[in-house]
Design a protein around this ligand. Structure first.
Ligand SMILES: C[S@@+](CC[C@H](N)C(=O)[O-])C[C@H]1O[C@@H](n2cnc3c(N)ncnc32)[C@H](O)[C@@H]1O
Length: 251
């Protein structure tokens, strides 16, 4: 049986393996939540897109206890882990590529912000356009999308894009000094071998929750899709190498 404490331990281990790729992960969470807070509403309605086990959602609720956070993901195991660890959050199982996902959230008012970390690059450009268009239907005018992810500068600035990647790689090397650390694959192998997760792991395999196919890594793909969906302003509000926090304002 999956206990609350065991779920919290697995999430702490998830956070450590994610930090192996992103030494600034906590700083990026902090800045993202600062931006939500700067909207000036103590009780914002926030949607976390591709929430995983809820690391960002939990930090948001800790800082803004009156917020309502709706945490969305397609992976049954990560959702099960989040539900066991954070009963105060609302987790919703859905694939953002499925038409109608936004309406199916059944929100009782337009959301103030949608947030996401290290998730939307998994979605192909045509799907991304649909995801942002649907998102715009449930965000209030002036509402924000805040997307923290790796995204490379555009194809027409290849030298800058190379530098951004190099800065990120150097920072990661410095942070870990070449020490071995658990990576994404090791974490998944370990949790899949834990008998407490047999059922969730079967659900994961059935749902085909691992990702395949094309991805959206270019900043211009996100900016273009956001503009097409009616977001009137887009800009980077925090950046370290190619790790950036993209902000878009719904018109
Ligand atoms: C690297 S994890 C990041 C999780 C979390 N946001 C964090 O920062 O720890 C990427 C997440 O995106 C989710 N994801 C990818 N494609 C998705 C889709 N089409 N619909 C819903 N969730 C998706 C995955 O299931 C996974 O939980």
């Amino acid at each position: 049986m999956l206990t609350h404490d065991a779920a919290l331990e697995w999430i702490a281990r998830w956070d450590r393996q994610q930090e192996g790729y992103l030494p600034d992960r906590e700083e990026r969470f902090t800045v993202l939540i600062d931006a939500v807070e700067a909207l000036g509403r103590p009780d914002p309605l926030v949607i976390d897109l591709g929430c995983g086990p809820g690391s960002l959602s939990a930090r948001l609720l800790e800082r803004l206890p009156k917020a309502t956070v709706v945490s969305v993901d397609a992976d049954p195991l990560l959702l099960g882990l989040g539900r066991a660890a954070y009963p105060q959050l609302t987790f919703v199982a859905l694939d953002l590529r499925e038409p109608g996902w936004a309406a199916s959230l059944g929100l009782d008012r337009p959301a103030d912000a949608a947030v996401s970390t290290t998730a939307l690059h998994w979605i192909s450009e045509p799907d991304l356009r649909r995801v942002y268009a649907e998102l715009a239907t449930v965000l209030r005018p002036g509402g924000l999308l805040l997307n923290g992810d790796h995204s490379d500068s555009d194809d027409d600035t290849p030298a800058i894009a190379r530098l951004e990647r190099a800065v990120h790689d150097r920072q990661t090397e410095r942070a870990f000094g070449g020490e071995p650390h658990e990576d994404w694959r090791d974490w998944w192998d370990a949790i899949s071998a834990d008998p407490a997760f047999t059922e969730l792991n079967t659900a994961r395999t059935t749902a085909g929750a691992s990702h395949h196919g094309s991805e959206s890594h270019l900043l211009s793909q996100h900016v273009g899709a956001l503009r097409g969906a009616g977001f009137t302003e887009t800009g980077t509000i925090w950046q370290r190498g190619n790790n950036r926090l993209l902000c878009a304002v719904r018109g």
